[in-house]
Design a protein around this ligand. Sequence first.
Ligand code: CDP
Ligand code: MG
Length: 131
Amino acid sequence: MERTFIMIKPDGIQRRIMGEVISRIENKGFKILRAKLFKPSKSLIEEHYQEHREKEFFHELIDYISGESVMIMEVEGESAVEVMRLMIGNKDPKLAAPGTIRGDFSNEKTQNVIHGSDSIENANREISLWF
Ligand code: CDP
Ligand code: MG
């Protein structure tokens, strides 16, 4: 059994599709071990996205998330990291396939509904950071 870190981003909360996203995770057979709905600090978001701190989109990304409500989840199941990434879909709106969360609910490169860890190592880091 593997664990991954999932965050429903502010646009997902504001558009009231939190339940839809949670249903997809549960319908797939994954178990939500912990969850929290809250407004993270700017420093927490910066730490979470530290790998992108030199990118041109960094400040836009931090401003979009910090101070807004997000739902964070620790999700467990078989190949949870890889399977959740497949269910989330590509970050490029043109490549986010229908049937994926981003493909079905977003056409934006920044406001793309959901985050999921991209490796087991990052999943462990992110779960420790957020919970
Ligand atoms: O979220 P994911 O791991 O799929 O993509 P990423 O490359 O790690 O980027 C993290 C987040 O930064 C994305 O989910 C977008 O919200 C944002 N981003 C952006 O605003 N503009 C880009 N050109 C790339 C990413
Ligand atoms: Mg990423």
